[in-house]
Structure formats: structure tokens, C-alpha cells
Write a protein that binds this ligand. Structure first.
Ligand code: WTA
Length: 640
């Protein structure tokens, strides 16, 4: 396979190509020494750790920085006050286009005050706190205030429905919820507080809801509700950070898996923070004068590591954007970049594909001269979108970093480094320091270069998850059972002869819609909540803007007929059960689904039918009723 290679553009970056090779080698050969140095360089410890890395993947007893003592909010705030208290920590750009700047000094004060509010309402070290907020500075305040007192935050994306919120609050047994009366996105109001009220109907353990006033609209008020601004007035601004162990949990973040309910991915403190700070600095070549903007929502891992923790640990100015890429016009991203002189910009391929479709003029009417590094995350970027980002947005003078990682990995794992990696459009390129990825076959044996296989990670790295909250068994089963001694990513990939990794997508039943991670089984369960649905099967199909879209096959119970009204009801059911991000693009009503004689649905066949790749469906003789296949092919043809 031959690919265009773009030479390294940037000079005077932290790492050049020789340095990358040398340091990467060292990070694998001498991990303890390497990670000890990074811990010292990036984090201020109250007490250093006695042992950098304990255990390994074979016994699944990995512990990073045992005995080390630190506090995340101290590292993000207090330690910067001596040298740059007046530096801007957060530039907030609202949906309506207003902005607000908050210095490190002010952010520190607000976090201390809010930590005192949490304490006042009974939150203690180890308690779980649910954060269901829009992209407003209070979201960062809430996260850091939890971290300050050793409470574990569980941020739930504001686009999730009341039902999803309910499941997450219950699973983590959260004690307190922080929300806003309403959110604003793309000019529309989102009823966050109303969703919390619905979610809490059967969550008696939640005794307090703290509400930020984002809009002027009135909302229903319960006895347990407290206004954020009122609570902040009656507490003082002194709050010593709790001294935490490196392995005390920092947060839970729910993400979708192949099967079952979303998993509460649990991250610790020490290892996660070292990895967040180091990757943020080196992958984006972050320097103190940069203005850094990651457009992800804090409801996702990208928002945790690269809107909040990474940049604040490094004392950066981080832009928090409440809006959407195309509101009020498809120039919004580029206008915000000019307005705040953003030099590093990190976004999702799906946004780039959507904006590219609107035409280059929306970009070209802006200047973008401040830009130096451009990043992408969340899904594979197709070379056409990459080239557009490089030539049109970056005008051939910016480094592009296509960063591969996961909620579970905590931080970036495979990525180019500006100034070090010649770029191949569409490839996440080389592993980050300390990360050893391999591509293996179904037996766990490494395959030859160029051959597609399963992507695994063979060595522990500091950012890795600790476990699945309250479900160690599922943690072991999902990630370590198929190939003992290796972490199974769930992705398919190949490595080329020059060591570049090419990630093609998931090898399991997780789909990525606009970069959002959705489990097919979750959508199937949601559809089953409608009384008409007997069975459903959901698969992902390629979508030229969203990456993938959701395709649902549904069989109805006797007595129900398919109709457009029913289709609409099914869509509403998914919106209610999960949220708008999980709505199927296509629903096919089927007489039956292809199943084996033992009753297992043959998703491979459904995937091929949905993609209209039906020339080679393989052996259908094992199906209990092969006739259903012809019927489905017919239905799908009619819809296209
Ligand atoms: C996919 C997002 C290709 C992948 C940080 C992974 C990517 C899943 C890339 C994790 C990339 C993420 N190239 N695929 N650069 N980045 N992915 O947990 O399938 O929301 O397993 O974390 O996104 O999604 P998650």
C-alpha cells in the first residue's frame, strides 16, 4: 500500500523524530525509570510514591505510583498561583456568542467555595456526585471541587435522556446531583433540570440537587433543590485540598460496550493525571503562550482529559465552547478561533466532514493565522477530510495529530507528535511513549505488517482504567479474557511497514455515530420498551458525515401493523430511553430475523443486508428460516 507522506513542518517542538525514537525505546525498556521522571516533571506530589509500577497484566494487579499522595485540584490550580495567578484559565464561549474569561486565581476561589458547598451538603471523600451540566465554566468548577475533597465525579453528557441519567445515578449510587435549570445548544433550550426531576423519581439516596441558573426561564422546584449562586454566597473561600492516594478514584465515566448496560469506567488519580498532563503537552506541543481549544463535551472522556485535566495541569488557557459547529453559521469554529486567537484546535472528524460539505467559503472568510496544531479524535478520519483539514483549515502550515485512544485508556495512545512524525493522512501513526500496541489474530498471535487484526496493548500504561465500577468481573471478562496478558481494545487495525497504525473501526458490537460511542444492544433494549416490538436487531452502517449511522431491524408482535406513526413512536422511544444521539437513521420492519437453529441472531448477515452487500451472504443453510433473508433484502431495497 502506498500513501502520501507529509514531511514534518514544525520546528522547535518539544520532540523531534530522533528524540521520539530514542525516548520511545527507553520508555519500553526501562518503564519504571521513565514513568518516575514523568511523575516528577508533570505533577506536584505531597509525598512521592514508593513504587512506580507494581504488578502486570498477567495477574491483573497493576498499581501505578503506590503510596504517592496528591490532589488533582491542587495540581490544576493551587500550584499555578505563585507564578501565574492572573493568567486566564478558562475562556468560555457561549452558545449565543458571548465570552467570559476566568483567571487561575478566580477559578481557584470558585472551586474552593464550591467544595465547601459540597461539604455543607454532606459530600465526603469517596462519595459519588453526578454532574449533568452544559458546557459552562461551572462544570469545570464542579469537577475540580469534587476532586478537591476526594469525591468521585460521574459526569453524564447533557444529551442523555432522563432514563439514561437515572440508570447512571443508580449504578454509581450518587449522593448529590449538579445540574442547570436549562442548557443552550445551537439556539435551542435543553430541559436539564426537568430531566433530573424525572430521573430522580426512584433515587431516594439523592437528597440534594444543586442548580446553576443558565437561562432566565422558570422551572419546577423541589424541596431538595438548591441554587448554585445562593449556596456560593454563604460559604467561605478557604478549602484545603484533601490529601489523596495515587490510587484513590478520581472519576467514573459511563461508556457503551458490546453487550449490556453502559459500563462505569473508573479512573484513579496519580497515573491518570501524569498521563493526562504529559500527553496534553507533547501531543499538542503545548507551550505557555498557546490558546488551546478542544471542542469535545465534558460528558465524554475527551472533555475530561483534554478540556479539563490535561490543560489545567499544564497551566494552559483552555477554551470551553457551549455551542455547535454550525450555529449560527458553519463559520462558527473558525470565527471562535479568530476571536480568541486559538493556536491549538482539537475536534472530531464528523464535525470536519459536516463543515466540509458546506463549502470552503465558510472557512476562507476567516483568518485562522493563529493556528499551529490541529487534532482529531473519536473515529477514523478519512483521507479526504484529513486533506481538507490540512490544506483548507490549516493552510498547509499546521501539524495534524490524528489521536487514537478510548475512555478506558484515559489519554492518547497512538498519535503523531508535531515536529516528530511525518504524516500519513488517515493513520493515527505511532504509539505514544510507554505504549506498546500490537495487531494479533484470533488466537492472539501477532500478524505480519499490513495484515488486519485485533488491536491489543501489551504493557500497562499510567492512564489506564482501574476497573469497571462495582463490576470487576466484567472488567476482566471484557478486556483481558480473550487474550490473557494483553488489553483488548475492541478495535481492528493493521500496522504498515513503517510502523504506522491504521485503525479501521470496532471489531465488536459498538458503533460510533458522530464519534459518540453507542452499544447496539442498548438501542435494541430501548426499542423493546415499545409495546409493539417483539424483537429488534441493530447494526451500524457507514455514513459519509457521521462515520456510522444506526440501522434497526424490528419485528412486531401480533396485532400490530407497521406504519409511519409507529416508526415515529419507536424513534421517540429511543429518544426517551437513551437520547437523541442513539436514534436509528433507518428502521426496517421485518417478518423475521435471520437466526441460527439455536435462536442466535446472525448480525453479520444483517450488517451485509443493511449495507446492500448481498452477493456473498455465505452459508445460509444453518438458519432456522432462510426465507427471512430474501424478505429483508427486498425490504431494504424498497427503502433505498
Ligand atoms: C474510536 C474516544 C480511529 C475507536 C477518545 C475507539 C478512533 C473508540 C480514534 C473509543 C482515531 C477513537 N482513529 N478510531 N483517532 N479515536 N477512535 O471511548 O473505535 O468514546 O475504540 O473514546 O473510538 O471511543 P471513546
Amino acid at each position: 500500500m502506498s500513501h502520501d507522506i507529509y514531511p514534518v513542518l514544525l520546528k522547535d517542538t518539544y520532540i523531534n523524530q530522533e528524540q521520539y525514537k530514542e525516548l520511545y525505546q527507553r520508555s519500553l525498556e526501562e518503564p519504571e525509570g521513565f514513568w518516575k521522571e514523568q511523575a516528577k516533571k508533570y505533577i506536584t506530589w505531597f509525598e512521592p510514591s514508593e513504587k512506580v509500577l507494581q504488578g502486570g497484566f498477567d495477574l491483573l494487579d497493576v498499581v501505578w505510583y503506590a503510596g504517592g499522595k496528591l490532589n488533582a485540584s491542587y495540581n490544576c490550580l493551587d500550584r499555578h498561583l505563585k507564578t501565574h495567578a492572573d493568567k486566564i484559565a478558562i475562556i468560555w464561549e457561549s452558545d449565543e456568542g458571548n465570552s467570559k474569561k476566568i483567571t487561575y486565581h478566580d477559578l481557584h476561589r470558585e472551586v474552593c467555595q464550591f467544595a465547601n458547598v459540597l461539604k455543607k451538603y454532606g459530600v465526603k471523600k469517596g462519595d459519588r456526585v453526578c454532574i449533568y451540566l452544559p458546557m459552562i465554566p461551572e462544570a469545570v468548577v464542579a469537577m475540580l471541587a469534587c476532586a478537591r475533597i476526594g469525591a468521585i465525579h460521574s459526569v453524564v453528557f447533557g444529551g442523555f435522556s432522563a432514563e439514561s441519567l437515572h440508570t447512571r445515578i443508580n449504578d454509581a449510587d450518587c449522593r448529590l446531583v449538579i445540574t442547570a435549570n436549562e442548557g443552550m445548544r445551537g439556539g435551542k433550550k435543553i430541559p436539564l433540570k426537568a430531566n433530573v426531576d424525572t430521573a430522580l423519581v426512584s433515587c431516594p439516596q439523592v437528597q440534594h440537587v444543586i442548580v446553576v441558573k443558565r437561562t432566565d426561564n422558570k422551572i419546577d422546584w423541589q424541596k431538595r433543590d438548591i441554587w448554585y449562586h445562593e449556596a456560593m454566597q454563604i460559604v467561605d473561600a478557604d478549602c484545603e485540598p484533601e490529601i489523596l492516594d495515587a490510587n484513590d478514584p478520581l472519576f467514573i465515566l459511563y461508556t457503551s460496550g458490546s453487550t449490556g448496560k453502559p459500563k462505569g469506567i473508573l479512573h484513579g488519580t496519580g497515573g491518570y493525571l501524569v498521563f493526562a498532563a504529559m500527553t496534553h503537552q507533547l501531543v499538542f506541543d503545548y507551550h505557555p503562550q498557546d490558546i488551546y481549544w478542544c471542542s469535545a463535551d465534558i460528558g465524554w472522556i475527551t472533555g475530561h482529559t483534554y478540556v479539563v485535566y490535561g490543560p489545567l495541569l499544564n497551566g494552559a488557557t483552555t477554551v470551553i465552547f457551549e455551542g455547535t459547529p454550525n450555529f449560527p453559521s458553519p463559520s462558527r469554529f473558525w470565527e471562535v478561533i479568530d476571536k480568541h486567537q486559538v493556536s491549538i484546535f482539537y475536534t472530531a472528524p464528523t464535525a470536519l466532514r459536516a463543515l466540509r460539505q458546506e463549502g470552503d467559503d465558510w472557512v476562507k472568510k476567516t483568518k485562522r493565522t493563529s493556528l499551529r496544531v490541529l487534532g482529531t479524535v473519536g473515529e477514523p478520519i478519512n483521507p479526504e477530510a484529513w486533506e481538507w483539514y490540512y490544506h483548507v483549515v490549516g493552510e498547509d502550515r499546521c501539524a495534524i495529530v490524528d489521536t487514537w485512544w478510548q475512555t478506558e485508556t484515559g489519554g492518547i495512545m497512538i498519535t503523531p507528535l508535531p515536529g516528530a512524525t511525518p504524516l500519513k493522512p488517515g493513520s493515527a501513526s505511532w504509539p505514544f511513549f510507554g505504549v506498546e500496541p500490537k495487531v494479533v489474530d484470533d488466537k492472539g498471535k501477532e500478524v505480519a505488517d499490513g495484515q488486519m487484526g485485533k488491536l491489543v496493548i501489551t504493557k500497562p500504561w499510567p492512564g489506564m482504567m482501574q476497573t469497571i465500577y462495582n463490576n470487576r468481573e466484567r472488567f476482566v471478562e471484557t478486556y483481558f479474557k480473550e487474550f490473557p496478558g494483553m488489553y483488548l481494545t475492541g478495535d481492528q487495525a493493521y500496522r504498515d511497514k513503517e510502523g504506522y497504525f491504521w485503525i479501521s473501526g470496532r471489531s465488536d458490537d459498538v458503533i460510533k455515530v458522530s464519534g459518540h460511542r453507542i452499544g447496539t444492544e442498548e438501542v435494541e433494549s430501548a426499542l423493546l420498551c415499545h409495546p409493539a416490538v417483539a424483537e429488534s436487531a441493530v447494526v451500524g452502517v457507514p455514513d459519509h458525515v457521521k462515520g456510522q449511522s444506526i440501522y434497526a431491524f424490528v419485528t412486531l408482535k401480533t396485532g400490530y401493523d407497521n406504519s409511519d406513526t409507529l416508526k415515529k413512536e419507536l424513534i421517540d422511544t429511543v429518544r426517551k430511553e437513551i437520547g437523541a444521539i442513539a436514534i436509528p437513521q433507518t428502521i426496517v420492519f421485518a417478518k423475521g430475523l435471520p437466526k441460527t437453529r439455536s435462536g442466535k441472531i446472525m448480525r453479520r448477515i444483517l450488517r451485509q443486508i443493511a449495507n446492500q452487500e448481498v452477493d456473498n451472504l455465505g452459508d445460509l443453510s444453518t438458519l432456522s428460516d432462510p426465507q427471512v433473508v430474501d424478505d429483508l433484502i427486498e425490504q431494504v431495497k424498497k427503502l433505498s
